[in-house]
Design a protein around this ligand. Structure first.
Ligand code: SF4
Length: 496
């Protein structure tokens, strides 16, 4: 959507917004933050590891829908199959059957750096170390990619490919030794799964920004994944997280761990708001439980005289149930989500763009008509979707729309792997809550407080990255327009 000041339907204060062509690409329909990759690894002799990895990725599909890939090894060679598309579009039963082995990793990708292309799909394979190649899958985003690229003498692009290049560049160094040497020098967010012919390796940046959890398979063997939901689907029992700054290795002798850097935890607060699946368990608490409690917190912070509570599906659903429970208002399904949104490769056209939010959500007139609604949503990024949502509910007969948001205003971009927007596109960056309320056309608007949100997670404020809300970046980031070259990186140290 474009804010056109000459359009009488656009309120005067919309002119304060930058003009943004928020064209609706059916492949990237959600205006909200986009997830940034899911990773999975498994060591399981005697099991069909390719198919188990397929199911692991299937459970992680929400973290990346642009490309998917699996690498397997039978102990003598690594096979990689990857392509653009969803997990069930990339793999067939026959294709999986042609990937034998007892070691596998998998990856589903949303591109936050590097183009959305086959070449950047993962796992990234490199001929490498003593007797084996490596395959790598990465969730996160490095902030010193330019320096790494300069050191390697290659164009800067996909941070994950560059990481694979670094780890594979010395043929006389074991994979374990290469990780122990390189990982401390990577700057940014990285939850990585890697394999050679015999082992799965998993390592996580010292801040532990993205999740990574290890599980044990009932018949022996191990799995590692971005979320516990991917362990659940293959029958693995979650054992523990890969600790921030830790390397974990899974092989026939079991699980081994080494630390490559001290832990300074800053887990991404947004994983609780939006990114992780509700059944993911982090620090012994399910995301669903936390989201429900955020809804209760919203009801305490911003009660309102209304008739019903509805959710913006899917991520607003648990919080809406919490709001309803705390407030005593009835909960109803006032919005229906098209389950197949994002599963098409139809190119966006002008007529599709005009459909806007209607491609994704439909109001149930019998429920919203003539009622005062509390509408619970996970977050507001640019504000255009919220504006369309409020207009759609009112045109369906809603008397009042009171927006309740499960995150504080997003004021800053994310450099650690979540594709939100640039600062200029963030409506929370330079508008007050009242101005945003007027822009989206709601009768009232309340964002949960930062402390109110943090209190519903199992972690303390100083253990969390919340930079997109409060600007406190735990890892130094480049100036937005001066880009990554501003980060100092000790190239000599990498060669040491
Ligand atoms: S800036 Fe926001 S989205 Fe990015 S890692 Fe920090 S809390 Fe998560």
């Amino acid at each position: 959507m474009t804010t056109d000041p000459s359009d009488p339907a656009v309120p005067p204060d919309a002119r304060r917004l930058p003009v943004v062509d928020d064209g609706v690409d059916p492949r990237r329909l959600a205006e909200g933050p986009r997830e940034e990759c899911g990773v999975f690894g498994i060591f399981a002799p005697g099991e069909d590891v390719a198919t188990l990895t397929y199911y692991g990725l299937y459970a992680l599909q929400h973290r990346g829908q642009e490309s998917a890939g699996i690498a397997t090894s039978d102990g003598s060679r690594i096979m990689v199959h990857k392509d653009m598309g969803l997990v069930n579009q990339v793999f067939t039963p026959a294709g999986l059957a042609a990937m034998p082995g007892h070691v596998a990793i998998g990856h589903c990708r949303y591109s936050t750096t590097g183009a959305s292309s086959w070449a950047n799909a993962q796992p990234a394979y490199r001929e490498s170390t003593v007797g084996s190649g490596i395959a790598l899958g990465h969730n996160g985003n490095l902030v010193n990619t330019a320096e790494i690229a300069r050191m390697l003498g290659v164009p800067s692009g996909n941070d994950s490919g560059l990481m694979a290049d670094l780890l594979a560049r010395d043929p006389d160094v074991s994979v374990e030794a290469a990780i122990m040497e390189v990982a401390p020098k990577l700057v940014g967010a990285f939850s990585v799964v890697l394999m050679d012919n015999e082992r799965v390796y998993a390592f996580r940046d010292p801040h532990g920004i993205r999740p990574l959890v290890v599980g044990r398979l009932p018949k022996g063997g191990w799995a590692v994944a971005s979320e516990t939901s991917a362990l659940d689907i293959v029958g693995a029992i979650p054992v523990r997280e890969v600790a921030p700054g830790e390397l974990v290795m899974l092989d026939e002798d079991g699980m081994h761990a080494r630390r490559f850097a001290p832990a300074t935890p800053h887990f991404c607060l947004f994983e609780w708001v939006y990114l992780a699946r509700p059944d993911h368990v982090q620090a012994e608490r399910s995301v669903l439980f936390s989201r429900r409690e955020v809804g209760r917190q919203l009801a305490r912070e911003a009660p309102v005289d209304a008739d019903i509570v509805i959710a913006v599906p899917d991520s607003g659903r648990d919080a809406a149930a919490g709001y309803a429970s705390e407030s005593g208002l009835p909960f109803a399904d006032g919005l229906v989500k098209n389950r197949y949104v994002g599963r098409t490769f139809i190119e966006p056209t002008d007529s599709l763009r005009q459909l806007g939010i209607r491609l994704k959500l439909s109001p149930v007139r019998e429920i919203v008509g003539g009622r005062r609604l509390v509408v619970v949503d996970d977050s507001i990024v640019r504000g255009n979707t919220s504006r369309q949502l409020v207009a759609m509910l009112k045109s369906a007969g809603a008397e009042e729309v009171h927006l309740r948001i499960c995150a504080p205003p997003i004021k800053n971009p994310c450099y650690y792997g979540i594709d939100m927007a640039t600062r200029a596109q963030l409506i929370g960056a330079d508008m007050t809550v009242d101005e945003i309320r007027d822009y989206v056309g709601a009768d009232s608007l309340h964002y949960v407080s930062l402390q109110g949100l943090v209190d519903q997670t199992p972690m303390a404020m100083d253990e969390l990255c919340r930079a997109c809300f409060d600007g406190q970046y735990p890892i130094p980031v480049p100036d937005e327009h001066e880009h990554l070259a501003q980060i100092k990186f000790d190239l000599d140290a990498l060669d040491a």
